[in-house]
Structures are given as structure tokens and as C-alpha cells.
Design a protein around this ligand. Sequence first.
Ligand code: NAD
Ligand code: TYD
Length: 345
Amino acid sequence: MITGGAGFIGSHVVRLFVRKYPQYTIINLDALTYAGNLENLKDIESAPNYRFVKADILNQAGLEKIFDEYGITDIIHLAAESHVDRSIVSPLDFVYTNIIGTVNLLNTARHKWAEPAGHLFYHVSTDEVFGSLGEKGFFSETSPYAPNSPYSASKASSDHFVRAYHETYHLDTIVSNCSNNYGPNHFPEKLIPLFINNIIQRKPLPVYGDGKFTRDWLYVKDHARAIDLVFHNGKPGETYNIGGFNEWKNIDLVKLLCTLMDVKLGRAAGDSEQLITYVKDRPGHDRRYAIDATKISSELGWKPSVTFEQGLSETIDWYLNNTEWLNHVTSGSYQTYYESMYANR
Ligand code: NAD
Ligand code: TYD
């Protein structure tokens, strides 16, 4: 069972598993919040080894029924509230889904898997649990937890619960902590898809603070490949950091995006850069994230398959070729969200 499979990363994981492992039956459990979208999985929806189940991880009784009905053997858990800015506005939503939802799933697995060995609970998490780096250094698997946003605090808490269920109840668990993802099907609220959409629409590009905040970007399909490797070859009880060795200051990334999009949209060079607008900083904004991915690369043989320029170019092409998807996700309540997030900055 893959939870959150209708979301951004989850949909890439579901597609990879459905196609690569015809011998597995993949159950995609998702509540279809604003971030979940079954259009992300149209190409595999009628595959014989795929089932979608609309369910909320906050509903413990519902989870137990699903375990019984489908005989769930292993879990890759991605369902979450995932956007830092939303967590600043509504922290409790993050407590419910990310912490209580994860503990519900852990409890269900613990109760249903009478013999805990032979099953795996794989929890997908973020590097944001480690807090913020200075100019130098990297997060490793032994970095101390120091979450600064309600989002990262909720993910840190869920990571700790997963660890505790391994230690206390001997559930086989793995946690991976990944850097910022980008790619197709990303909801236009995070930096890259929001700015791609705004450039298309000629809307302002709101760069927070001085724009020199640094993120380590990884193409979503490379994250999905890493999850496949960790699920199959990772050691229970361990954690794995996943990242692209690909650090960009926000403003440099935004300028690259503008340059690429001017070319693809047939606009004059420098046109989209004029949309850049510096706005008030995000509270608690982490200055820099960077992952040391040595463990997953040396132990499991993983490395990213595309350069950032390739991945970004493919991503832009995907958005330009999927205007129906983009129009769909930016209609309805999206406009209200957008106004409320950016009007007062
Ligand atoms: P997303 O917001 O695109 O998708 C989350 C999915 O979870 C959606 O399909 C949503 O409908 C579902 N969901 C939310 N609440 C639910 C609930 N109560 N019950 C069932 N389903 C629910 O998120 P994403 O960016 O794909 O991230 C997936 C996971 O990976 C998250 O756990 C996130 O913390 C982690 N992660 C994300 C990134 C990133 O850059 N996006 C990086 C590292 C780790
Ligand atoms: P985001 O995509 O929200 O990911 P995260 O906060 O989880 O790293 O943001 C990436 C970086 O871009 C982060 O430093 C905040 C910044 N940012 C902006 O400058 N403007 C924006 O409109 C958004 C959404 C993010």
C-alpha cells in the first residue's frame, strides 16, 4: 500500500511500482485533499495490479477495514500535509495528518501484522527535520533534529514515532529524508511549479526575503527510484538521506527558470525576469538545506539520473504541454488560496 499516491511524489512512486512490479498489487490510499489528484495517474488507472482507495489516514477504523480487505503486507507512507506556508497558517492540520495520521497507520500495521517480521513500514520524510545549515556542511543521517516550521516539526514528530515503533514494538521500519523535489504533477504552490505557472500567466514572482535561501533540488523521478531501492534493499531500523548534490540559491534558480521559459515561450530575453518581486520573508525561513547522500549511494548504489538543467527543462515542457491539468488545479479554491497567501506580502 502506498499512501498519498495521488499527490506529487506519491503518483510517481505508484506509477513506477505498478509498471515495474506486475507481481505486486499496489493499493493507492489517498484522501484526495487539495493536493491529491487522480489525473496524475490516468495512464495507469486501469492496470490490473492497481487499486485506488479513497480513505483518510485519520480514520483508524477505515484503515483496519482496508488492511483486512486487501491483506496489506507492506506500506510506503507518503500521505501528508506538505507545504510550509500552509503550515504557518494552519499548524493543527499538520499535527492531525502528519502526526496522528502516521500514528494511526503505525497502530494499524502493528495490530494487523501479528508477526511483525516480514512486513515493512517505510516512512517518507524530509530533510527539513534537521533545521537550517550555515554556509557550509551537509545533513547526514546522524544530524540532530532541529525543525523550525510547523511542517518540519510535524514530520520530525512522525519520524520519531516510526523510530519508537521499531524500538518498542519491533515493527520493521525505514525512514528516508529527502531534499526538495521538483518535476511534473507538482501542485503550483511550491516554488518551482508556482513560478512556472506565474511566468505563463505573466503574474509577479514573489521571492521571499533577499532570495539567497538555498535548497538542494532533486528530480521527482530520481526520488521515486531511490524509494524503490530503499524499499527493496534498505535495512529495517535504518534511515537514509536522499539528495541531488544540487544546491541553488532561490534567486539564481528563479533567473534560470525565467531564461529557459523566455526561450520556450518565444518571449524576448529578460522578459520574465521583470516579473521578479521581492516580498516579505517567510517567518522561521530556513537559510540552507543540503544533503550528504553518500550512504544511499555507497550502500544501495543510487545516484540521480538527470542534471538539474535537463530535469528543469523537462518539467517546464510538461507544464506547457499539460495546460488542462494546470487549468484544472488552478481553478476553484486555488484563486482564493493564492490571494490569501500573496495579497498581504
Ligand atoms: P503532496 O502534498 O503533493 O501530496 C500529499 C498527498 O497526501 C495528497 O495526494 C493528499 O491527498 C494526501 N493526503 C493528505 N492528507 C491525507 C490524509 N489525511 N489521508 C490520506 N491522504 C492524505 O505531497 P508531496 O510533495 O508529494 O510529498 C509526499 C511526501 O513526501 C510527504 O510526506 C512529504 O513530507 C514528503 N517529502 C516531500 C518533499 C517535496 O519536496 N515535495 C521532499 C521530501 C519529502
Ligand atoms: P518551497 O517550494 O515552499 O519549499 P520548502 O519551503 O519546503 O523548501 O520553497 C522553496 C524555497 O523558495 C524556500 O526558500 C522558500 C522560497 N519561496 C519563495 O521565495 N517564494 C515563494 O513563493 C515560495 C512558494 C517559496
